[in-house]
Design a protein around this ligand. Structure first.
Ligand code: NAD
Length: 492
């Protein structure tokens, strides 16, 4: 099929773009086949979407937070009844294995339900002042939010932004990645089906030009973005002219610190959890694994055994653990990183090969999970985000050294520490420069805990109560209770 699909969502309906800048081919990462063409929305489309969301803001922001929460809970229930259909669409767009897509979709229902549940409790506070005067601090929505998503977790990227934004009374214009346009429209449709008023959530499809139109639009109050550091920097600059608030969830090069007193089996499990979901295309992945020298040999042996068991192949197969990377260009980039590591002296201890699946229709880019050993911290593949199934294993001697090396990165998204020593676990966690630190686990994302980075990995938080702060602004209302006000400037 190579037709253009109606993938914009405006005023409660799927529509074609009216101001098409260009079209982009959307291919299935696993088969490499063209699925359809995406229309990149131009200025008229973005203006229409923003106007629609602007109008809907008056109605939506005046609803009680409890009513807004009910809509979020209804959509969460709907998602649970349609997991399979959404998961299949997500697999066709991303190339990730179906087992994982189901987990992602259910996780999104959890997030929507969480914000649905707390919506009625979003509130401001009160300050008692002298002589019965007081001030109320009201928590108000920002207006129209522009959401811009990445391609690795398309349904999740949108849910994590839309759920808190809507709970707080904002309306949203969302642009998914041009690589993964499908499931965001399904989510928008489900919202309409459960009674979200028309215009509260609109979708414009497109690439960077459409994203930039969102960032520069004067009627958008905030942009919430997930993607690469380079794009994040451009977005912050584009948003500066209209003084928009910005949340940027960016890339990472996270570290896992494996101490000699840890449970080695759990350390191996954490390394797998922290590296091989979604073919390694996960921002928080602990691609730098620092292992205390005394257990390096044993840990590496067991990690290699476990990694070799991961089945790579058709993402629609129930037993596939690693699917296809998003595109050929991205696959080649990952392979270049593996080559560069080898040239700099690393050893490919397992994987790192382009796999050709037995099924003839699977013409996408498949890479076997790769463990690089004999790595050093200054190698390109150890310093830069690869965004593929590639782990570098490096030995360390002592705690201070491990923490210093983990922190010697411009990124600061996540980190992990594996140890049975409680004091050490907390000491190391407090020394790590990262927005999320897992102790004795990795890549766990409960909706109630904040998510976001330090340093070049961005700022602002998603999930938890922290996102409520990011999607609201405070209005202080001072109330004078005395009949005559005290004014030294006034002479009677
Ligand atoms: P990307 O930066 O290439 O694109 C992200 C989005 O930005 C897309 O929708 C794209 O169309 C849009 N865009 C591109 N240029 C733009 C511009 N100038 N103005 C406005 N919008 C623009 O990122 P990607 O390749 O889609 O995703 C991979 C990156 O995302 C990795 O670096 C990964 O670490 C990061 N990521 C971070 C998180 C997180 O929460 N921290 C989560 C997932 C992915």
């Amino acid at each position: 099929m190579d037709s253009v699909k109606e993938l914009n969502f405006l005023n409660g309906k799927r529509v074609s773009a009216r101001d098409v800048l260009r079209t982009i081919e959307k291919c299935n990462p696993a088969t490499g086949c063209l699925m359809f063409n995406i229309q990149c929305s131009g200025e008229k489309d973005v203006n229409e979407a923003v106007n629609s969301s602007r109008k809907a803001f008056d109605l939506w922001s005046r609803k009680s937070p409890r009513e807004r929460g009910q809509i979020l809970c209804s959509v969460a229930r709907k998602i649970r009844t349609r997991v399979e259909e959404i998961a299949v669409a997500e697999v066709l767009d991303t190339g990730k294995p179906i087992y994982e897509a189901r987990i992602d979709i259910l996780g999104c229902a959890d997030v929507l339900e969480y914000y649905g549940g707390i919506s009625a409790s979003i509130r401001g506070y009160h300050h008692a002042l002298s002589d019965n005067n007081f001030a109320m601090v009201q928590r108000e929505p920002l207006g129209v939010i522009g959401g811009i998503g990445a391609w690795n977790f398309p349904f999740q990227c949108m849910s994590w932004k839309v759920a808190p934004a809507l709970a707080c009374g904002n309306t949203v214009v969302y642009k998914p990645s041009e690589f993964t346009p499908t499931t965001s429209v399904i989510l928008a449709e489900m919202f309409s089906e459960v009674g979200l008023p028309t215009g509260v959530l609109n979708i414009v499809q497109g690439s960077h030009e459409t994203g930039e139109l969102i960032c520069r639009h004067p009627q958008i109050s905030k942009v919430t973005f997930t993607g690469s550091v380079g794009t994040g920097q451009k977005i912050i600059k584009s948003c500066a002219d209209t003084m928009k608030k910005v949340t940027v969830e960016l890339g990472g090069k996270s570290a896992l610190l494996v101490f000699s007193d840890c449970d080695i089996e759990n350390a191996v499990k954490a390394t797998l959890l922290g590296n091989f979901f979604t073919q390694g295309e996960v921002c928080t992945n602990c691609t730098r694994v620092f292992v205390q020298k005394t257990i390096l040999k044993e840990f590496t042996k067991r990690l290699l055994e476990a990694t070799k068991k991961l089945k790579v192949g058709d993402p629609m197969s129930e037993d596939t653990m690693v699917g296809a990377v998003i595109s050929e260009a991205h696959g080649n980039k990952i392979m270049d990183y593996i080559d560069s590591a080898c040239k700099e002296g690393a050893i490919v201890s397992c994987g790192g090969e382009k796999i050709v699946p037995a099924e003839a229709h699977l013409k996408g880019f498949f890479i076997s999970p790769c463990i690089l050993t004999d790595c050093s911290d200054d190698m390109k593949a150890v310093k830069e985000e690869i965004f593929g199934p590639v782990v570098s294993v490096m030995p360390f001697d002592c705690e201070d050294e491990a923490v210093a090396r983990a922190n010697a990165s411009p990124f600061g998204l996540a980190a992990g520490v594996m140890t049975r020593d409680l004091q050490r676990a907390h000491r190391v966690a407090s020394g790590l420069q990262a927005g999320i630190v897992w102790i004795n686990n990795y890549n766990i994302f409960p909706p109630e805990v904040p998510f976001g980075g330090y340093k070049m990995s961005g700022f602002g938080r998603e999930n938890g109560l922290a996102a409520i702060e990011d999607f609201t602004q405070l209005k202080t209302v001072y109330v004078e209770m005395n009949k005559d006000i005290d004014c030294p400037l006034y002479k009677s």
